[in-house]
Design a protein around this ligand. Structure first.
Ligand code: ATP
Ligand code: MG
Length: 565
């Protein structure tokens, strides 16, 4: 073992042939990542301290915890991107580690095929060197020797299969093979996410680190990923808030809470049940001890003045000292409060959409979409193409222009919008949370007023002075919710608002949408939210749309009954 120092982990790689190796390999089990005494703190606050863990080959570890608990930070420590305040991470020097990249624009100038192959840095490097050598006009004898060395290493890394392997991954994730030769910059956000995922999985890395990989994936791609990870021979460490996904892939759960990181064997459900049981047992024991202490105290109070009983009182005093009520430490799992108040009542006319069509890069996303909304509508938008729904929302918010058709909001309508991608609101922004939210406050810019909105979203005390560019994924979404609450709008447009959120926050979002008195226009992956919020479903179809009153489940039943599913 050597201390991990990943400035260039490809250098220390030992490559294996690309064909799938089954989990029996893991049985040999000598490979592991060891985390010793690791502590991380930012400013004054400790995220976790004295973490000691071992991650072994063939297992899939689900990292869980509240928004802001430190999951992404822990992954950054594991891959060597962040130096812990103390302690170290060690792994065998020949291990190859790959990380799902979060920067969607980093590969814009490359083709999809190159981007995927870059997942194996050494292989990509050899390919570049080979191309440069063969392109030389004055190809010398020395170049010939070098080329044959490179060819040897290329073959050892199964370079001849690289394109086929990349293609398999891309198709598994539901993209067409043709996309391999497209430029990354021409891809949609969803497609880019899939390519970056294929990059992370390419070339059989020994260790795969994935931070919320399912966030932008459709159901089929999630299923494919579940299967891929379940059969993976190496070590998989994956952060996720998706319970279903965690249950399907994890052999272990790594929980970040109470400023500690603890590992449990089993899937999410098993962790949940057992952690609830432990909490209940501590509470019961505490209750019993508290009752006993009270009883003893009462006895002492009654008899300590009484000489004949004073000996007994003293011995009971000693008993009290032995009884302890365990402090239940504060969990980072907390419920925010989301409540949307309308500053203005809605009139009769809400929204009329007439024949909107839109084509992007030759793909027809919206084709003659028409509908009219009433003041009691809570509409969930569904459809094969999430891009199409996002485009419709953007058109309604005037961020995009339709190719044809028009829409009209009612005069009483005020809107607030939660886009699926909030990076424009935070990228390059160095404002504190407090100053960030102040930008959006028309009525009142005082700290007390703004803190009211931030506090509900769990930003209190000095938190509000944190710069927004260091916030975790979920914390940024919480800022966006504070902003939406501030507007007091009567129509809410939410494009997959629960991406990045922890369970407690998802529940808060769900309740707020159920209780909201205005109009909701929603797209979401969350079955529960769709079912409990929407009273009308509009499916965007390749041609037009299917519009039905009723709940989400009624809509699904209708489709089944009519052979549409
Ligand atoms: N450079 C920094 N300075 C101060 N605080 C920071 C810095 N980087 C991260 N943080 C804070 O550390 C905490 C942990 O962040 P991290 O991104 O690891 O959370 P997370 O568990 O991944 O949350 P989420 O589920 O929302 O993605 C957050 O409160 C974040 O604001
Ligand atoms: Mg995170």
């Amino acid at each position: 073992m050597i201390p991990l120092n990943i400035t260039d982990y490809s250098v220390r790689c030992r490559y294996r042939p690309i064909q799938m190796i089954t989990r029996s390999y893991a049985a040999k089990g000598e490979k592991m990542i060891t985390v010793s005494n690791v502590s991380v703190q930012f400013g004054g606050s400790t995220l976790f301290k004295n973490v000691n863990l071992k991650f072994t080959n063939g297992n899939c570890y689900g990292v869980i915890g509240a928004n802001g608990a430190g999951k992404s930070t822990f992954l950054r420590v594991l891959c060597g991107e962040l130096e812990p305040a103390s302690g170290e991470v060690a792994m065998p020097k020949e291990e190859r580690l790959s990380v799902l990249k979060q920067d969607h624009f980093a590969y814009d100038e490359y083709t999809v095929l190159d981007t995927v192959i870059m997942g194996n840095a050494r292989l990509y490097e050899i390919m570049q060197e080979k191309d440069a050598l063969y392109a030389k006009e004055d190809f010398s004898e020395e170049d010939g020797v070098k080329a044959s060395e490179l060819e040897g290493e290329f073959a050892e890394l199964n370079g001849w299969e690289a394109e086929a392997d990349a293609s398999k991954l891309i198709q598994g994730l539901g993209l067409s093979e043709d996309i391999l030769y497209s430029q990354m910059s021409t891809l949609s956000g969803n497609e880019k996410v899939k390519v970056l995922l294929a990059q992370a999985l390419f070339g059989n890395p020994d260790i795969i680190l994935l931070d919320e990989p399912t966030n932008h994936l459709d159901i089929d791609a999630v299923r494919w990923l579940e299967e891929f990870l379940s059969e993976y021979f190496g070590t998989v460490i994956v952060v996720s808030h998706d319970r279903h996904f965690l249950n399907n892939v994890c052999t272990h759960i790594v929980d970040i809470d109470y400023n500690k990181i603890k590992m449990y064997v089993g899937n999410y459900e098993f962790w949940y049940e057992s952690s609830q049981l432990i909490q209940r047992m501590i509470k019961q024991q505490n209750k019993k001890n508290e009752e006993k202490i009270k009883e003893l105290k009462d006895f002492i109070a009654r008899f300590s003045a009484n000489k004949s009983k004073s000996n007994q009182a003293t011995s009971r005093r000693k008993l009290i000292e032995k009884l302890t009520v365990e402090e239940l430490p504060a969990s980072s799992r907390r419920y925010p409060f989301i409540g949307f108040d309308m500053d203005r009542e809605l009139g009769k006319d809400i929204l009329q959409v007439d024949g909107i069509s839109k084509t992007v890069d030759g793909v027809k996303l919206l084709d003659n979409v028409s509908f009219t909304l009433g003041r009691t509508d809570k509409v969930a938008f569904v459809g094969e193409s999430e891009q199409a729904i996002t485009m419709l929302f953007k058109i309604l918010m005037e961020e995009e222009q339709p190719d044809s058709g028009s829409f009209k909001w009612g005069v009483s309508v005020t809107t607030s919008y939660m886009p699926v991608d909030n990076s424009d609101y935070f990228n390059g922004c160095e404002l504190s949370i407090l100053d960030w939210i102040r930008q959006y406050s028309v009525k009142d810019e005082t700290e007390t007023y703004l803190r009211g909105f931030l506090g509900r979203m769990l930003f209190s005390g000095d938190d509000v002075y944190k710069p927004v560019n260091v916030l975790s994924g979920g914390e940024k979404v919480r800022c966006m919710f504070s902003r939406m609450m501030l507007f007091g709008s009567n129509v809410l447009l939410l494009d997959r608002p629960t991406n990045h959120l922890d369970l407690e926050s998802i529940t808060a979002v769900n309740n707020s949408l159920i209780n909201f008195k205005g109009v909701v226009i929603l797209a979401s992956h969350d079955h529960e939210i769709m079912q409990t919020t929407a009273n009308r479903i509009i499916e965007i179809l390749p041609e037009g749309c299917l519009d039905r009153q009723g709940t989400y489940e009624e809509f699904i039943d209708f489709k089944k009954e009519n052979g549409l599913l």
